[in-house]
Design a protein around this ligand. Structure first.
Ligand SMILES: [Fe+2]
Length: 280
C-alpha cells in the first residue's frame, strides 16, 4: 500500500500515471493536498485504485462557515475518512480516519472546521474515532489515518510530532487521537498509525525528523510528510516519494520510504521496519 505525504499542490496526472505503473493495493493521503486548489482533488478522484483521504490544516478553506471545506469533502465523497471508516472490500484492511484538518498542538478546531462540523469537543472527537474503529472488521488489520500524529511520541523537535519551528521543543501531536488509540486498544490491536503535517526536514537547521516509531504494543507509527515529495536528483531524474507498507497474512511486514523514477523503478529506499518472522 502506498502513502502520499503532504502534497502542498505537488500532484498531477503524472503522479496518477506513476501510481498506475506501481499498482499498489491502495493509496492513502495524509492531507495538506493543495492549499484549496480543487484541481488536486479532481486529479486524485481519477484514481481507480482504493483511495482514502484525510484532509489537513491547509485544506480547510478560508471561510468561517466551512463552505469551501464542505465542497472539498463533497468532491472526495467516499474517499474522505473524516472521523469514519473507509468502506471497501479490498484490500483486506480497515482504514479509519481521525479528526480532519488538524494542525496538531493538542486539540484545536479552526473556525472553518467549527463552521462545518460544529464545536466538536475533545471527548466527542475521541468518541467518533473510537466508534469508527468499532465498525471495522476484527479479522482485518487496522490502520488509523490522520493529518497530525498523536501526542505521546516524544517532545524533541526531531520526534515524529515534535515542534521544531520555535523553542521550547514540545510534543505537538493530537491529544484526541492519542486517547482514542488507548481506548481502541482495549478492544483490539492497532497495526499502523499513518500521518503527516510535521515535515521531515526540521526548521532551525536541526536536521531531520524521526519518521518511524513502534511502541511496546507493536503499533507502528509512520510520519509520511517528506516535503517536497518531488525532487530532481543529481543525474536529472525526477523522483517522487511515497511511504510504502506491506501486509502479509494480516500482519504488517515492512514499512519504508521510497523514491521512484517516472518509469516506476526505485531510485532510493529507506527501510524503516521489517518483520521477517511474519514474512515466512
Ligand atoms: Fe499540515
Amino acid at each position: 500500500m502506498a502513502i502520499a505525504g503532504d502534497l502542498h499542490g505537488a500532484w498531477t496526472d503524472k503522479d496518477n500515471s506513476l501510481l498506475k505503473e506501481l499498482n499498489p493495493d491502495a493509496i492513502l493521503f495524509v492531507g495538506d493536498l493543495g492549499e484549496g486548489d480543487i484541481r488536486v482533488i479532481k486529479c486524485i478522484n481519477k484514481l481507480t485504485i482504493p483511495t482514502a483521504v484525510i484532509l489537513g490544516n491547509h485544506d480547510r478553506g478560508n471561510d468561517s462557515y466551512g463552505d469551501q471545506l464542505r465542497n472539498y469533502l463533497s468532491l472526495l465523497g467516499d474517499k474522505d475518512c473524516s472521523w469514519r471508516l473507509r468502506k471497501w472490500t479490498l484490500p483486506p484492511l480497515s482504514v479509519v480516519g481521525a479528526r480532519p484538518c488538524s494542525s496538531g498542538g493538542g486539540y484545536y478546531l479552526s473556525s472553518e472546521v467549527k463552521g462545518l462540523f460544529g464545536p466538536v469537543t475533545l471527548e466527542e472527537s475521541i468518541n467518533r474515532i473510537v466508534s469508527a474503529a468499532g465498525q471495522a472488521s476484527k479479522k482485518w488489520p487496522l490502520v488509523l489515518l490522520a493529518h497530525s500524529g498523536p501526542t505521546g511520541l516524544g517532545s524533541d523537535a526531531s520526534s515524529p510530532c515534535g515542534r521544531d519551528w520555535k523553542l521550547p521543543e514540545v510534543d505537538w501531536g493530537d491529544k484526541d487521537l492519542d486517547i482514542a488509540i488507548d481506548r481502541i486498544r482495549k478492544q483490539r490491536k492497532i497495526d499502523l498509525v499513518v500521518f503527516g503535517h510535521m515535515h521531515h526536514k526540521l526548521k532551525r537547521g536541526k536536521g531531520f525528523r524521526k519518521t518511524f516509531y513502534q511502541d511496546h504494543f507493536g503499533t507502528v507509527f509512520l510520519n509520511a510528510a517528506i516535503v517536497p515529495r518531488k525532487i530532481v536528483n543529481e543525474t536529472g531524474d525526477v523522483l517522487r516519494h511515497f511511504s510504502w507498507v506491506k501486509f502479509s497474512n494480516g500482519q504488517l511486514i515492512q514499512a519504508s520510504h521510497r523514491w521512484f523514477r517516472a518509469d516506476g523503478s526505485i531510485a532510493n529506499e529507506e527501510i524503516l521496519f521489517e518483520n521477517i518472522k511474519s514474512n515466512i
